[in-house]
Design a protein around this ligand. Structure first.
Ligand SMILES: Nc1ncnc2c1ncn2[C@@H]1O[C@H](COP(=O)(O)OP(=O)(O)OP(=O)(O)O)[C@@H](O)[C@H]1O
Ligand code: SF4
Ligand SMILES: [Mg+2]
Length: 476
């Protein structure tokens, strides 16, 4: 289904930050084609926490990876559908990569690449605006690099196009550049240095420019560095700039005054933006409640506990103030106390930074604690979605009821724990009709023959033949 301008405008009016329509994701494996996501429809409102639940293999992570453009290259592919984010449909942008890949001639490849250049530009604009916390923090952090390098890399990766592009006013750069060029013409180096010291004191943009203009690099590289330095000065509020200036090098490039008691780990870093990125990393670790952040910055991932690693992942994910944060089972490997702290952190990121959070988990207890709305996934589809308050008291879909019944209650002694009969189907050989029918206690003839479609029931949407006329039939 193609997306029209009307759809996009409506999404904007309805305050939808992300709209996924009819998304299909397939994996091409040696054992055949696997349909991991099948016609998924999902809308996420700005500022909400949307929970996604479902058994293992239901397609939660694949959906997240498709949104992030992180499907494994070569095997995973968006086949159709749309992912509308910020007035752009990302799905065709992501899929255009498949067209330029493959064994085709060099010239053809070059022409095709040129054709998608506009698309790549759009992609660069999105970079950093959706970020993800992965299921396993240990395998998501690089064991060979210290935390500082990993945080700085992430901050700077988005800096060049995203942070500078977002935070800079082109006229401002040009204005400052020409002012500085005129000063260079009029004054000798010593006079210029005195002038900068008198007017700007320690640190400051002009001093960075002075260092950069004396570097033996090309003019274009100098311009990039100057823009980065300017971006740094614009990233901070005046109060933060004052605080930072106290920590920046003095005119001779010496770092930190001898009486500075707090040893910040930016000693010896000359590149202004790397220095700022390091300070920003420290602030991020403080923000995510990391104990002893200075030490953590200079540690390797294996030196941190599971909870600390997960906090680093959260810091990495919020580093560029994303519009959407996708957390894929961020608390699975943690003890309950740390789990609570990470959940609280995600909630506070949602409330304080107004970040929309998509929270994926198996754990319904965790879901109850954080989500505003809950989507239930089964075999690559959303079978039920609605406000969290209805989810626990009045589930609509038989699969949702089954999931809730499977949660052991600590205040009840039962002889046998309930589980949904059968297994999640093999996505290479899905059953006919409703994919849940071989396991459903309320299966009807029609369920075996035809796929149910989405039905709206009050504020909720459900995909089940029991609601085909929009009215809830019978009791659960
Ligand atoms: N790289 C891959 N190659 C082939 N199939 C894959 C690949 N990644 C995922 N799949 C398949 O896609 C389906 C959905 O997987 P996904 O990882 O999204 O499940 P999930 O809902 O996140 O499960 P869990 O709760 O265990 O993390 C599964 O059947 C899985 O086998
Ligand atoms: S459509 Fe039929 S088989 Fe599927 S969940 Fe509903 S009642 Fe059960
Ligand atoms: Mg998963």
């Amino acid at each position: 289904m193609s997306v029209t301008i009307g759809d996009i405008v409506q999404d904007q009016e309805n305050n939808k930050v992300l709209s996924i329509k009819d998304l299909e994701v397939d994996f091409f494996t040696a054992r055949g084609r696997a349909r991991a996501v099948r016609g998924l429809n999902l809308e996420v409102s700005r500022g909400e926490i949307l929970g996604i639940v479902g058994e293992s293999g239901s397609g939660k992570s694949v959906t997240a990876l498709a949104i992030m453009d992180l499907l494994p290259p070569g095997t995973g592919r968006i086949m159709s559908g749309s992912i509308i984010f910020d007035r752009n449909d990302l799905a065709p942008i992501y899929s255009s990569k498949y067209r330029v890949a493959g064994r085709i001639g060099r010239e053809k490849l070059r022409i095709r690449r040129m054709a998608v250049r506009g698309v790549e530009k759009k992609l660069a604009e999105q970079k950093g605006r959706i970020s993800m916390i992965f299921q396993d923090p240990l395998s998501s952090l690089d064991p060979l690099y210290k935390i500082d390098s990993q945080l700085i890399e992430s901050i700077l990766y988005n800096n060049e196009e995203f942070m500078i592009g977002k935070s800079l006013d082109k006229n401002d750069i040009l204005g400052r550049m020409s002012e500085f060029t005129n000063l260079l013409k009029e004054k000798s180096t010593e006079e210029l240095m005195d002038w900068i010291n008198q007017n700007y004191g320690d640190g400051g943009f002009y001093k960075e420019v002075f260092f950069i203009s004396n570097m033996s690099i090309s003019e274009s590289e100098k311009k990039i560095k100057i823009r980065r330095a300017l971006a740094c000065t614009k990233l901070l509020t005046p109060a933060e700039t004052r605080k930072l200036k106290a920590k920046l090098p003095d005119a001779t490039g010496r770092f930190f005054k001898p009486n500075n008691r707090r040893r910040l780990p930016i000693q010896g870093i000359r590149d202004p933006i790397v220095r700022e990125a390091m300070l920003f990393s420290l602030e991020l670790l403080e923000f995510v409640g990391m104990p002893n952040p200075e030490n953590v910055l200079t540690s390797y991932p294996h030196e941190l506990s599971g909870g600390m690693k997960q906090r680093v992942m959260v810091a990495l994910a919020v580093a560029n103030s994303p519009d959407i944060l996708i957390a894929d089972e961020p608390t699975t490997a943690l003890d309950v106390t740390t789990q609570y702290q990470v959940l609280y952190l995600l909630k506070s990121i949602n409330r304080k930074l107004k970040t929309t959070v998509i929270f994926i988990t198996h754990d319904l207890g965790v879901m109850a604690a954080v989500a505003d709305r809950i989507a239930v996934m089964y075999a690559g589809r959303i079978v039920e979605i609605g406000p969290a308050r209805h989810f626990f008291d009045d589930p609509l879909h038989p699969y949702t009821s089954g999931l809730l019944k499977s949660v052991p209650q600590y205040d009840e002694r039962v002889r046998k724990l309930y589980n949904i009969p059968g297994q999640v189907p093999d996505i290479r050989k899905l059953p006919s009709g409703c994919a849940f029918h071989p396991r459903c206690e309320r299966v009807m003839d029609i369920c075996k023959e035809s796929d149910p479609v989405d039905e709206n029931v009050n504020e909720r949407r459900v995909q089940c033949w029991l609601y085909s006329d929009g009215v809830k039939h019978g009791s659960r």
